[in-house]
Each structure stands twice: as C-alpha cells, then as structure tokens.
Design a protein around this ligand. Structure first.
Ligand SMILES: *[C@@H]1O[C@H](CO)[C@@H](O)[C@H](O)[C@H]1NC(C)=O
Ligand SMILES: *[C@@H]1O[C@H](CO)[C@@H](O)[C@H](O)[C@H]1NC(C)=O
Ligand SMILES: *[C@@H]1O[C@H](CO)[C@@H](O)[C@H](O)[C@H]1NC(C)=O
Ligand SMILES: *[C@@H]1O[C@H](CO)[C@@H](O)[C@H](O)[C@H]1NC(C)=O
Ligand SMILES: *[C@@H]1O[C@H](CO)[C@@H](O)[C@H](O)[C@H]1NC(C)=O
Ligand SMILES: *[C@@H]1O[C@H](CO)[C@@H](O)[C@H](O)[C@H]1NC(C)=O
Ligand SMILES: *[C@@H]1O[C@H](CO)[C@@H](O)[C@H](O)[C@H]1NC(C)=O
Ligand SMILES: *[C@@H]1O[C@H](CO)[C@@H](O)[C@H](O)[C@H]1NC(C)=O
Length: 486
C-alpha cells in the first residue's frame, strides 16, 4: 500500500503546427504514480524523506531560493522540449523548489548516462536559434540575486548557484529559451504549446547531482511558489494561469498533473500562509473518529516554521510531538488487544488481520476556512513484514533542525484532487477518483475541457503513435528499474 514512486511524463506531441495556441491557457501532464506492489525498505523510505526535509529547510535558510535534487525514491519526472529545434530533456518535477535548470554543454562532471533508461542531453545554447544569455542587468537576475550582483556587469551572464542540505550543489548561468509543453485543445486532447522561460544552465555539479548518480536526470523543474518558477514566468507572459493541480491515484496508480483552472470537481480552499517559502496552510484541529484531540491553538504555531507544509515529494506525514503522541495513542486505543512493536526505533507497528478500515478510525485534519482532510486507515497505515505500521512520524524526535515541523506528504495527499491557486493564494482539495477525468476551464474563451490521466493524446494521429510508443517504452523501462531496485 505504500506509495513508492511517482512518475510523471510530460506528453510532448511532435510539433503539430495547427496553432490552436491562441486562447487556451492551461497545460497538462500525464502523471504516473506507481505503487511498487511490494514493501519498501523502511530505511530507504526514511532516507528519502530525510533528504527531502533537509532540502526543504535548505530552501528556507538559503537566500538564493529554490533548491532541488533528484531523490532516490520520490522521483517523478517530465519530458519537456527546450530550444529551436526542440530537444527532449527529462526533468524532475518538484513542488518544493522554484528554479528550473538543466545540465549544460560546458559541464564536465555532469552525468552522461542514467539507469532510468532515458537518454540524457546537455543543453547547448549554440544549437538553439531561440537561446539567449541572461545578462546581469536583466531584472530577473537582479531579483533572484536579491539585488545587483557585485562584480557582475551588464555584459556578463547572470550566475546561479543552489546548495542542498546534503552538501551537493549545482551552479551555472541563466539562459532564456523556448520551452514546449502539452496544452489542452479539446476533450481529452492536447497539442504542443510553448513559452519563453529563463532557466539555469548547470556547469558545475557536485554530490548526488554529479556524474556518479545512477538515477540521473537532465535537471529539475520547480513548481514552487515564488515568481522565478516556470509556471510564474509563463503566467506573467499570459501563457498559463498561475494555478496547478495534482491528483495521485493511490488505488490504481496513475493520476493527473495539470496547469489551469479546475472547474470540476469543485474544491473548498484554505488560505496559504503568506511569506512562507513553501506551500503552507494553517491547521486548526485534529479529529480521530468522532473525537477531537484536546489541543490548544498555540500547538499549531510551534517552532519558527509557520503552518503545515504540504509536500507531495515527501512520503509520510510528520507531526509535532504534542500532536503525534495523543493522535497515535487514540488510534491504538481503538483496539485494546493490540500488541504494539516499535520498529527501527521510530515506527509504531502492530499485527492486525482484519480490515484496517473497519478496525481503525478515520483521522481528519481541520484547516482554516472549514476545509478538512480526511485520511482513511488504509492511507495512514502501511504493511511491513506482516505488520501494519503507522505512517505518522514524530517530528519532535527528528534532528534539531527539523524540530516539530508539521509536514503532510503523499500518503495523505493521494486520492484527492489538490489545487494550488497562486493567483488567489489558496490551496484546496477534495476526495476524488484520480483515474477519472477533471474539467479545466479556459479563462479567455470560457470553454471547458475534460482532462483525464489515461487519455492524453496529441492533435494529429501520426503523433499519437510516436507519443504512445515513447510513453509505453518509458514506462516499461521504469518498471524494470523499479523491480531491479526492490
Ligand atoms: C511556438 O508557438 C508558436 C505559436 O504556435 C509557433 O509559431 C512557434 O513556431 C513555436 N515555437 C517553437 C520553438 O516551437
Ligand atoms: C516577483 O514578485 C515581486 C513582488 O511580488 C515583484 O516585485 C517582481 O517584479 C516579480 N519579479 C518577476 C521577475 O516577475
Ligand atoms: C564589460 O564591460 C566592462 C565595463 O562596463 C568592460 O570593462 C569590459 O571590458 C566588458 N567586457 C567585455 C567582455 O565586453
Ligand atoms: C495562520 O496562523 C498565523 C499564526 O497564528 C496567523 O498569523 C495567520 O493570520 C493565519 N492565517 C494565514 C492565512 O496566514
Ligand atoms: C484539555 O486540556 C486542558 C489542559 O491542557 C485541560 O484543562 C482540560 O480539562 C482538557 N479537556 C478535556 C476534555 O480533556
Ligand atoms: C471513514 O470515512 C468514510 C468516508 O470518507 C466513511 O465511509 C467511513 O465509514 C469512515 N470510517 C469510519 C470508521 O468512520
Ligand atoms: C518538540 O516539542 C516537544 C513538546 O512540545 C518538546 O519537548 C521537544 O523538545 C521539541 N523538540 C525539538 C527538537 O524542539
Ligand atoms: C474511478 O474511475 C474509473 C474511470 O472512470 C473507474 O473505472 C473506476 O471504477 C472508478 N473507481 C471508483 C472507486 O469509483
């Protein structure tokens, strides 16, 4: 039951010159969300979340903004086209960071090969008719560097550096080029659209981003909330709306990742906590079954990280000790005969042979504006060596730099359509069957189109075949990879 891997494939149709671009202002990704079908090693799982949190906190602490690196487990990626003529790049999709960057032709230590079964490509500005250097006097450069960079004059290219929690880093310079993405053009149909985006050209990589990383990708595509992210850039030039949504199917695998205004299903929303580097919202209460935990309001303001961080790149859910302890006791108290083991010092596990959904209570997190997140027992319990383990973690027990943070990962975010509306600064969700379709509305024309996870195809029939073959091939390779690594 444990979600192990996400795979996201950006369906890129070969250029279909039909030019439907004009009005449509949303894009769509085909999301592959995989259950391994087997138990994941707890240490691997935990290592992944640890890396992830170090990265999140690095993002908080470093003024240079977004950070991101491909993780060993929580890996979902898209194929995007960059340049003219467009070349394919495979980039990790990350809602926890802002910048987009790809490995650059000048890079000596960059990975050339990936065990993911994809061809890696180094970006070469000389190969693209539309590629331009971004100079130090460009407003983007000044903004992202937090002011004019000393020693960097108007005729020099704007440098970037990102440093990660584990000490690895990427550095290079910014370029501006055309990026291609799939755009909804009809019910269950997409076409290729493009927009000009500033992104990093990575010259020097160290640590896990360097040539030794087996599961290498070409780069990272950050869907974070600052206006340096690709979605913000596309939105500011009117190409897309600054709203995206994901639906991770925890039952069958698959799912949707789309840019644009979702009109169906309807979601209730809660405001984002302002001035936070990540997607944070305010939790107000925790309910177990019919009972509320007796918590004072200041419990939800613990630590200097305000609010509850939503991060689909983290697997488990992390709660402050003061919430974790009563929550877990209440869950376990439902079955007085339960023999509880602590596995690996931190997982609360027990044997239970009946249906967990019948034997354990739903847990409901309440948020501002009366929005609630209902988590069923099968979503917070995962099987491990014949036991069931609780997917909540005590963040008060984590290392001091992650003290008592509240972070909800994909274990609780799956089977929900989650909408990130940056224009109105709200986040919303609703329980949803992620194998079915959603409806996106075009803001200009008002047209509503169906978007489904398994039905994305290109405009012209000849492209369908190419895209489909590429897609199936990629999925097959990924599957082989997963099983080899179990
Ligand atoms: C971008 O889209 C426009 C409008 O559809 C098209 O004319 C142009 O050729 C595209 N550019 C690239 C590089 O694909
Ligand atoms: C980013 O947002 C800030 C404040 O909202 C604004 O001043 C700035 O011009 C924006 N930068 C870009 C590159 O859009
Ligand atoms: C860049 O500009 C500075 C002064 O503005 C000048 O001294 C330098 O020679 C220029 N460099 C190049 C490579 O043009
Ligand atoms: C969230 O909680 C903080 C601290 O209690 C409060 O200042 C803020 O107004 C609340 N709401 C939002 C949307 O930030
Ligand atoms: C809730 O906790 C407070 C102190 O934290 C206590 O005074 C009160 O009796 C508790 N209420 C219930 C119903 O347990
Ligand atoms: C949990 O919630 C679901 C609806 O989301 C409901 O059908 C089920 O009965 C609830 N389980 C319990 C034990 O209350
Ligand atoms: C987390 O919170 C608990 C109780 O509020 C406190 O005792 C503990 O020291 C905190 N942990 C850290 C690492 O700050
Ligand atoms: C979810 O939607 C798919 C496709 O429409 C359908 O086949 C499936 O039965 C639905 N699942 C549930 C639990 O309703």
């Amino acid at each position: 039951m444990l979600p192990a891997l996400f795979f996201l494939t950006w369906v890129v149709a070969a250029s279909s010159g039909t030019g439907v671009r004009a009005a449509a202002n949303y894009g769509v990704f085909s999301l592959k969300y995989r259950y391994s079908g087997q138990e994941k090693s707890l240490s691997v799982l935990k290592a992944h979340d640890t890396q992830r949190q170090l990265r999140i906190l690095a993002g908080v602490d470093l003024p240079l903004g977004g950070t991101g690196r491909p993780d060993a487990i929580g890996l979902y990626y898209a194929k995007i086209g960059i340049g003219t003529p467009a070349k394919d790049y495979y980039v990790q999709i990350d809602t926890g960071s802002d910048l987009m960057w790809v490995n650059c032709i000048q890079c000596r230590e960059c990975p050339r090969r990936s065990s993911l079964g994809i061809d890696l490509t180094l970006y070469d500005i000389e190969d693209s008719d539309t590629g331009k250097l971004v100079s130090c006097d460009n407003p983007f450069c000044v903004e992202i560097s937090g002011g004019p960079l000393s020693g960097c004059t108007a005729n020099m290219s704007c440098p970037y550096i990102e440093i990660y929690g584990d000490g690895s880093s990427t550095a290079g310079y910014f370029v501006k080029d055309v990026v291609q993405y799939a755009q909804v053009s009809g019910d269950l149909r997409t076409t290729t659209a493009n927009g000009s985006v500033i992104f990093g050209c990575g010259e020097r990589q160290s640590g896990d981003l360097g040539s030794d990383n087996e599961e290498a990708l070409d780069g990272i595509l950050g869907f974070g909330k600052t206006n340096s992210s690709m979605i913000s850039q596309l939105a500011s030039s009117g190409d897309v709306k600054k709203t995206f949504a994901h639906c991770l199917d925890g039952t069958n695998g698959g799912g949707i990742f789309a840019i644009g205004h979702v009109v169906q299903p309807k979601v209730n929303t809660t405001p984002m906590v302002p001035d936070q580097p990540h997607y944070s919202v305010n939790m107000t209460a925790v309910q177990v079954g019919l009972e509320f935990l007796n918590l004072t309001t200041d419990v939800f303001e613990i630590g200097d990280r305000k609010g509850t961080i939503l991060d689909s790149g983290t697997t488990l859910a992390y709660l402050p000790e003061i919430i974790y302890e009563p929550l877990v006791s209440k869950i376990i108290a439902q079955q007085p005969d339960l023999k509880v083991h602590t596995v690996r010092d931190e997982y609360t596990c027990f044997q239970y042979s009946e249906s967990v959904d019948e034997g354990f209570p739903n847990v409901t997190f309440h948020f501002e504006n009366s929005l609630s997140l209902n988590v069923h027992p099968h979503e917070y319990l995962f099987p491990y060596e014949g036991l069931w383990c609780i997917g909540w973690q005590n963040s008060g027990m984590q290392s001091s730099d992650r003290r008592n943070m509240t972070l909800l990962g994909d274990l609780v975010l799956s089977n929900k359509l989650v909408v990130y509306d940056l224009e109105n600064q709200v986040i919303g969700w609703t329980e949803y069957n992620c194998s079915s379709s959603i409806k996106l509305q075009d803001e200009h024309s008002g047209t509503v189109h169906l978007v489904g996870s398994h039905y994305i195809s290109s405009e012209s029939p000849s492209c369908d075949v190419t895209a489909l073959v590429a897609f199936i091939l990629l999925m097959t390779l990924l599957q082989i990879f997963i099983y080899q690594n179990m």
